[in-house]
Design a protein around this ligand. Sequence first.
Ligand code: FMN
Length: 242
Amino acid sequence: MSETPHTRDFAREEIQAIYRVIAERRDMRHFTDRPVDTDVLKRLLAAAHQAPSVGYMQPWRFIRVCDSTKRAALKQAVEAERQRTAEALGERGDAFMRLKVEGLDQCAEVFIVALADGRERHVFGRRTMPEMDLASAACAIQNLWLAARAEGLGMGWVSMFEPAAIAHLFDMPRDARPIAILCLGHVPAFYDRPMLAEAGWADRVALDSLIGVDAWPTDHSGLSGPDSSDTAEQSWWDIPSK
Ligand SMILES: Cc1cc2nc3c(=O)[nH]c(=O)nc-3n(C[C@H](O)[C@H](O)[C@H](O)COP(=O)(O)O)c2cc1C
């Protein structure tokens, strides 16, 4: 595609900044107690609210947790689920219990993200895949995450909880559904790599092994089919798209 003034809205450095923010965003578990500026908070929530959403339904709701008793209750709920997860993991349970899975004690701000009530009214793009509401809210959280990183703030997404317990704690409508506890704040330093990679829990999968051409990805070349010998040296980006 040729580059026109209309398609080339961003300066080279701005484009690089976007990729840098994406690469340097980390799921954070360690925070300092320095407060977060209110204007920054407003910008982050506004960024979240600009996310795409199925049928423009904007299913996200945010609760800022200011009450220390409620924060303590959240911590308890996560701890209970951490124990249950360890049991479910069987032989990896001990290794799991050594991981730090939340930063609720230290972070300056805690937000709950929930799916709104009344979602069944929204059929556009969800008739066969109702979970697209969750996908939309995840886009909002990712916006917030990236904007926070750009502002020099860390964020951690905690999903280790029983949704009903959190819904009850914040008196949510019957069909609302909490999907995230977000720990947000200044950090001592950003991790260079995902903490789970540092801890040896998992590694990033090779991108090429996740991309197929006209078929499900195969593990080695990203090309599939019984006879890929002709194209064994090719990767998905070498093949012209019609
Ligand atoms: C939907 C979702 C839920 C997550 N829930 C948790 C969680 O409960 N506890 C935790 O320690 N990390 C959680 N994470 C963070 C992941 O562990 C983290 O994103 C992954 O290890 C990659 O690290 P990175 O985000 O720094 O690239 C969650 C991430 C996502 C996207």
